[in-house]
Design a protein around this ligand. Sequence first.
Ligand code: NAD
Ligand code: ZN
Length: 362
Amino acid sequence: DKLTVNILNHEYDVHIGQETYGLFATHYAELFKSVDRIAIIADERVAALHLPLLQDSLEYTGLDVAVKHIPSGERSKTSEVYVDCLSFLLSKGFTRNSLLIAFGGGACGDLTGFVAATFMRGIRFIQCPTTILAHDSAVGGKTAINMPDGKNMVGSFHQPTAVLFDTTLFETLPPREVRSGMAELLKHAFISDEKWTNELLSTKSFAKPTIEWLSKELLLGIQVKANIVAEDEFEQSTRKYLNFGHTFGHAIEAACGFGKLSHGESIMIGMAYSLILSERHGSIDKNVTNQFIQFAQENGYTFGPVHMYSFQLLMDFMMKDKKASFGKLNFALLHTIGNPYIKEITQSECKDAFDELVKRTG
Ligand code: NAD
Ligand code: ZN
């Protein structure tokens, strides 16, 4: 299956399914004729499991394919690893006609994208995402690394040339990474479609999805993201809806210390919080939120951190978030499921919603 992301001057295809890397030979032969060198920037854990699959699919090009291993997961999104990648490319004689391939989850994609955005003022790159969560991160062109002060503090917009998702790689994903990605899928449903959201919330094996079912669902999620970024590439308006659950979710993620809770597990808590705010400022029914919380708990998501940290600590993290400007907090909320909007929320309203979340998840 495939869809096209129609961003002005940057149109590209996203392929998803089993054995999609075969498309390098059938669909992308022309592209590789204009490339002098390839570097695979590979998450070391993913490389240990799956690298030959990707290497074999590129052999036909006859090109020199260098492999740069990077630390697995979030540990790769540092300035040190970033500079290390640039030095690697320079030492191998890479040019403006070279191409990078990101092989890993969202962290690897964000890092590789930022390297591609800045090496020689910008070269092409292909995303070969390997996590469920990356159906979100691999599409849309946001790239970044972290700074000691916070996540994604340095980065740029740089769209990939193509995105190739091989869903067979999901078989080796640990359960918490499955939960992480599924939360982001649910987010795409919440901000776009009530019927689909209810379907997901009644899926029995939500946290243990089959590969076939997942391919179809992820395509829907990618379509939501693709439509939004096509409309608002630089997050001036509707792209902000994608932050549903993220303002509070990021605060939880930061309070726990990055990596303790996966990104999506934190966002699940953030979505419960945003639903509570949406009861007060939109027309979300209390039952919707309560069912959601129950669904999350049944599927292995935790609300533990809500009971571990003070409101003030979480508030401090929220104010540090990139999305806070001039001391104001803007949340993506829902009028109804499928109808998101942006609303400024005061600190005291935030506190009330927090107390309510504590009460309902106790
Ligand atoms: P990740 O890239 O950190 O990977 C999580 C873990 O899973 C790592 O240990 C990795 O080695 C392992 N892994 C990856 N694929 C595997 C596989 N197939 N089998 C076994 N193990 C595998 O996590 P993620 O959730 O994919 O990405 C999170 C990152 O994405 C965060 O840094 C976040 O900021 C970023 N993100 C970016 C955007 C964007 O628009 N650019 C959107 C959402 C998230
Ligand atoms: Zn997210």
